[in-house]
Design a binder for this molecule. Structure first.
Ligand code: HEM
Length: 534
């Protein structure tokens, strides 16, 4: 049997239409067209005729070329490549693609910005998506991550509110690109669980120099599961071989003007030039019995597991070595979904992850026009697909036989895998409790980890963060929102709050006067940097 790498390539080759240069232009029905520059009219200056089927088909198809853009992460760039593990991970997971260092698994990766529409600029201050589809021999596995290790909210039920606050304002659709507006900061100031991700957003991590120089994180705690059913908590990390680099704000602004495709072009050009970007996949592993060993909840997606507590263990590498051939067919129509897991990888009860497991398929049913988008070449697994799913818009398979279970008549109906070692079985986690609509107390600390992030920054990184807060908050019209945000920052770090407050015309919170000024170097101190009247 051919390798997964070969099978993916064969699928893509099979999807090519007839060579356009092999003959004359035709209609969709294969009828050769004599002439495509003039419509059929009555006389030389008369009206166009309805019977001009070529004209009508050409216009109709064009009229329907657009599909809805993704509700978030609309702008992106993708590439194919491969993943190979360094060694067998059988000790932690039965996932087939993590067993044999000699087996390469094909991948498709899409990088994206989150807030802006498809035509927005690349180098805006924003989170970046880092979504990887592994076409494994046991089915597709999607690691749908971001370049920040934490997210803005703890429970997916808030996602529509958060995204509505992030997106341009409803009455005038302004602004696009930068996140500077009242609604986002209103939400942030009222939802302190956003603070950790907001610290990342105001840092240089939010303006990556290149997709090739960007970390990726699965964010949630997932589970590895071994062949004998033992679970281990796992956090996923991608580390770029080229190192992690950012633009500075002025560069980012200039890039937006000079080349809005700065990050997309960089990725494309590097791959065309044979400079294939590479990432190492690392994992933080926590045994099930240590679930409560931390001073935060492992199920809380606004928290990291500090690497001092659980080091990142490298388990494999990914190389991107082929650009897509067609942006729409591949990068636009690719459909990632957190619920696309393979045997050996399972979920936790992280309430954000649980919501995502609903949301992706739901949105793709409308974005990609019905239930058959997994048949598209970029989405097709290399593992065999045998289902009883039938019909629906854009069905391209000609199924044979019956399509129900149980079935004594046979005729094409697949049997259950049962105890087949390749079948997916959910970890038999025991859960217990009453139905409640209330977040656990273990999710209530919103300030320690943002403080840890702030304290880990070098003085110049702190300056950039303060400058970003001043720039963004300084554009907020409602002074009450500015002040409330600064009060939240005071709970993260008094110095941070004081520095931001002074730059945006709101009072320094009384408990926020820095006790000891921590930016010790006078040359780097914010006080010294602040010009007269600013
Ligand atoms: C895209 C929902 C949180 C990473 C999307 C899309 C939706 C969505 C509806 C568009 C998908 C499509 O049209 O194909 C949600 C919900 C979330 C959530 C409901 C929280 C409850 C997150 C988090 C991450 C993330 C925490 C990162 C860990 C991504 C990425 C994409 C995406 C990378 C773009 C995938 C691509 O390139 O096609 N999300 N999201 N999302 N989301 Fe989320």
């Amino acid at each position: 049997m051919s390798s997964p790498m070969d099978r993916k390539q064969e699928q893509r080759e099979a999807a090519h239409p007839v060579d356009p240069a092999s003959g004359p232009l035709t209609t969709d029905q294969g009828v050769a067209v004599d002439h495509t520059d003039d419509s059929l009219t009555v006389g030389e200056r008369g009206p166009t005729l309805m019977e001009d089927f070529h004209f009508r088909e050409k216009l109709t198809h064009f009229d329907h070329e657009r599909i809805p853009e993704r509700v978030v992460h609309a702008r992106g760039a993708g590439a194919y490549g491969y993943f190979e593990p360094y060694e067998s991970c059988a000790e932690f997971t039965r996932a087939a693609f993590l067993q044999d260092p000699s087996v390469r698994t094909p991948v498709f990766v899409r990088f994206s910005t989150v807030q802006g529409p498809r035509g927005s600029a690349d180098t805006v201050r924003d989170v970046r998506g880092f979504a990887t589809k592994f076409y494994t021999s046991e089915g597709n596995y999607d690691l749908v991550g971001n370049n920040f290790p934490v997210f803005f909210i703890q429970d997916g039920i808030k996602f529509p509110d958060f995204v509505h606050a992030v997106k341009p304002e409803p009455h005038n659709d302004i602004p696009t690109g930068a996140s500077a507006h009242d609604t986002l900061w209103d939400f942030v100031s009222l939802q302190p669980e956003t603070l950790h991700a907001i610290m990342w957003l105001m840092s240089d991590r939010a303006i990556p120099r290149s997709y090739r120089m960007m970390q990726g994180f699965g964010v949630h705690t997932f589970r590895f599961v071994t062949a004998d059913g033992r679970g281990t908590f796992v956090k996923f990390h991608w580390k770029p071989k080229l190192g992690t680099h950012s633009l500075v704000w002025d560069e980012a602004q200039e890039c937006q003007g000079r080349d809005p495709d700065f990050n997309r072009r960089d990725l494309w050009d590097a791959i065309e030039a044979g400079e294939f970007p590479e990432w190492e996949l690392g994992v933080q592993l926590v045994p099930e019995e240590d679930e409560f060993a931390f001073d935060f909840d492992l199920l809380d997606p606004t928290k990291i597991i500090p690497e001092e507590q659980v080091p990142v263990r490298p388990i494999g590498r990914m190389v991107l070595d082929r650009n897509p051939e067609n942006f729409f067919a591949e990068t636009e129509q690719v459909a990632f979904h957190t619920a696309n897991v393979v045997p050996g990888i399972d979920f936790t009860n992280d309430p954000l992850l649980q919501a995502r497991n609903f949301s992706y398929l739901d949105t793709q049913l409308i974005r990609l026009g019905g239930p058959n988008f997994s048949q598209l070449p970029v989405n097709r697994p290399v593992a065999p697909v045998r289902t009883n799913h039938r019909d629906g818009y854009h069905q391209s398979a000609i199924h044979r036989g019956t399509n129900y279970f149980p079935n004594s008549l046979g005729g094409g109906c697949p049997a259950h895998a049962g105890v087949d070692p390749h079948a997916y079985t959910h970890l038999a986690e025991r859960v217990d409790g009453a139905k409640i609509r209330r977040r656990s107390e273990s999710f209530k600390d919103h300030h320690s980890q943002p403080a840890m992030f702030w304290n880990s920054m070098a003085p110049w990184e702190k300056q950039h963060i303060v400058a970003a807060f001043r720039f963004e908050l300084g554009k907020v019209g409602a002074l009450s929102v500015r002040a409330r945000t600064v009060e939240q920052l005071a709970k993260v770090d008094p110095e941070l709050a004081a520095e931001v407050a002074k730059g945006i015309g709101v009072p320094v919170p009384s408990d926020a006067e820095p006790v000891a000024y921590k930016l010790t170097s006078p040359a780097l101190s914010l006080e010294a940097q602040r010009g007269p009247g600013s």
